[in-house]
Design a protein around this ligand. Structure first.
Ligand SMILES: [Mn+2]
Length: 367
């Protein structure tokens, strides 16, 4: 069995547009630290190969710090490092990979045609291909490697399994089963796949290594896999420095909204990025700004979304001979003509916002 460390989709130097400039820069430095963490993990776990399955870089113009950490971390590793460029960091003669002087133990797959690197000292072969533009055709189509003695066959590739119309190297289970590989190390999809198997071929993707937004929730990390012929043991190792989480709090029966919030969020979240969504029915709008002031210090970054419904009869003043009356009458007609729940909800929301404006209330911020 050969132990490999498999990561993907680091998306180094992401913009982190939802954060302030300073926090975004901090997040980028934390992304770079992932490489150090990986190197440490490779050493302590005695991994023999490091596989990086694409989208290591978010764009074609990485910061100097990222280039330096590549050279420093990869150069300090005594094991071979393989990179399969993905749609965000595809290979081209002008790509960062062509410009960066990589240490000698780093091998980059530079072609859409699957290539093979033999590692006789490890009893293994590493197969792989790389994106050469922002999309790729099905690269595994028709591929098969015949077994060679007792060498373990591992493939590294960026692509999407089971999405036949994908522009990002769509891969079928049949192709995996027919590939002759013992393990296929994938990247592209940002949620960990868990261990999977097609025929005698094991495969997995680790997901992104660090969440970057509320569509990348929870624990993120890399895969440690012990791979032998026709067998594989996979474990997931958390590596991310911060997590994104969404917590929904129903405040319908809460007498103290702040207490309800305090109850719903964990105590040890000061490193993490939370979105709290208030739900339910209230007799008055929750004071989001006040709640934000009260809770923001408990997180690295906090958003509060108000999705509560006002218990007050919103149409109460519809008969009034005022601008407010006209506004409400018009919206009520729309509301009554509409049958879809979602659309109705939107109209009620519009009525609430409009009433706030007409009654000179504070704007209802969504932070
Ligand atoms: Mn990708």
């Amino acid at each position: 069995m050969i132990r490999i460390l498999h990561a993907a989709d680091l998306h180094l130097d992401s913009a982190f547009e939802a954060l302030s400039d300073a926090k975004a820069a901090l997040r980028r430095s934390e992304q770079r630290e992932l490489l150090l963490k990986m190197a440490r993990l490779a050493e302590t776990s005695e991994a023999r190969i490091l596989l990086l399955a694409g989208d290591l870089l978010d764009s074609e113009s990485p910061y100097m710090e990222t280039v330096e950490i590549f050279q420093q971390v990869f150069g300090s590793l005594e094991i071979p490092v393989f990179i399969s460029p993905g749609n965000h960091d595809y290979w081209s003669p002008r790509s960062p990979y062509a410009r960066i002087k990589m240490p000698e133990n780093v091998h980059i797959f530079k072609s859409e045609t699957i290539q093979c690197v033999e590692l006789p000292e490890l009893g293994a072969r590493v197969w792989g291909a790389g994106f050469v533009s922002g999309s790729a055709p099905p690269l595994l189509s028709g591929f098969r490697a015949e077994k060679s003695g007792d060498l373990v066959d591992i493939m590294l590739i960026h692509g999407q399994v089971g999405a036949k119309d994908s522009s990002y190297n769509p891969i079928t289970e049949e192709e995996l089963a027919g590939s002759g590989m013992d393990y296929v190390a994938l990247g592209h999809v940002h949620t960990y796949s868990g261990p999977r198997r097609a025929g005698n071929t094991w495969y997995a993707w680790p997901g992104c290594t660090e969440g970057r937004g509320f569509d990348e929730l929870g624990e993120k990390g890399a895969i440690l896999a012990d791979v032998g012929i026709g067998q594989c043991e996979i474990s997931f190792i958390p590596l991310a420095s911060r997590r994104y989480e969404i917590v929904e709090v129903d405040i319908t029966s809460a007498t103290d909204i702040a207490a309800a919030l305090a109850n719903a969020v964990p105590d040890d979240s000061e490193r993490d990025i939370f979105r709290i969504v208030l739900k339910g029915e209230c007799s008055s709008e929750p004071d989001i700004n006040q709640l934000y002031r009260q809770f923001s210090q408990r997180f690295f970054e906090l958003q509060i979304r108000d999705k509560t419904i006002l218990r007050r009869d919103i149409w109460e003043k519809a008969e009034e001979d005022t601008l407010r009356g006209l506004f409400l009458t018009k919206l009520r007609r729309m509301y009554e003509a509409e049958s879809g729940e979602k659309e109705r909800e939107k109209i009620v929301q519009a009525a609430r916002w409009g009433l706030r404006a007409l009654e000179n209330g504070e704007e209802l911020y969504t932070i």
